[in-house]
Design a binder for this molecule. Structure first.
Ligand SMILES: *Cc1c(COP(=O)(O)O)cnc(C)c1O
Length: 233
């Protein structure tokens, strides 16, 4: 499963499953963007996935990501940061990433805005929302989301593009859908408040992306089904 040679096949299978879900749930063809989550996998694995046409990659660990970016600088890749943010690490995020999915507090947003180099254009921001409150501390609460959106929308070097969530692991399809649905409702609420650019929904991983696509995901973050199992830390 971890062999680099099986990666193009895995990627093709995942793409077919995404397309099948788009059809089954009456989504616009091509409306779900695949983010290949390459954390813990070596640069060679990313090269193999890129060779099969994949341009968007997600990373969780800053130093590991920076090392890969340096080694793969010749490739036209789009980098998404999907890990927890320590506020003393924002400078490197602001410099090197194209998207940050995990903004969940004002201080981090302010720092990313100050530290985004002018020549790199706006940094695309998703707000991480805590939709399964008891299970995780990461993410802004639904109650506090409108205030955080208001702050981010005013920061000139950031572009508020949408919402992200990591629900508690759940095997039942309809319960997976119910969790994702709360992010759809949150996006709807922000749009009624006037945040019309807040369109993206980053939700769904290897075990639950079908439910996420059924619930209007625009980005699915898939690691294991493409790269194989990660070594246990
Ligand atoms: C690791 C990770 C993924 C990918 O998970 P898989 O189960 O390997 O597909 C997606 N999103 C986040 C935030 C992650 O940390």
């Amino acid at each position: 499963m971890n062999l680099t040679s099986s990666i193009p096949e895995n990627l093709a299978t995942v793409r077919t499953r995404i397309t099948d879900c788009e059809i089954k749930y009456a989504r616009q063809p091509g409306s779900v963007r695949l983010i290949a989550v390459s954390k813990t996998h070596p640069p060679g694995a990313i090269v193999a996935v890129h060779a099969a046409g994949q341009l968007h990659f997600g990373e969780n660990y800053l130093q590991e990501a920076l090392d890969k970016m340096q080694q793969l600088a010749a490739l036209p890749l789009h980098w998404h940061y999907i890990g927890p943010i320590q506020s003393n690490k924002t400078r490197e995020l602001a410099r090197h990433f194209d998207w940050v999915h995990t903004v969940d507090r004002e201080k981090v947003a302010q720092r990313l805005n100050e530290q985004r180099p002018a020549e790199r254009g706006q940094l695309n921001i998703l707000l991480q929302v805590n939709i399964s409150q008891e299970n995780s501390k990461a993410g802004v609460s639904l109650q506090e989301l409108p205030d955080l959106a208001a702050v981010v929308a005013k920061l000139p070097r950031l572009k508020l593009c949408g919402l992200m969530a990591i629900p508690a692991p759940e095997d039942d399809f309809s319960r997976q859908r119910a969790a994702f649905h709360s992010l759809v409702v949150a996006r709807q609420h922000l749009q009624t408040l006037g945040y019309h650019h807040c369109r993206e929904l980053s939700m769904g991983m290897s075990h639950d992306f079908a439910a996420a696509i059924a619930e209007q995901a625009t980005m699915v973050r898939i690691g294991t089904d493409i790269f194989g199992n990660r070594a246990k830390a």
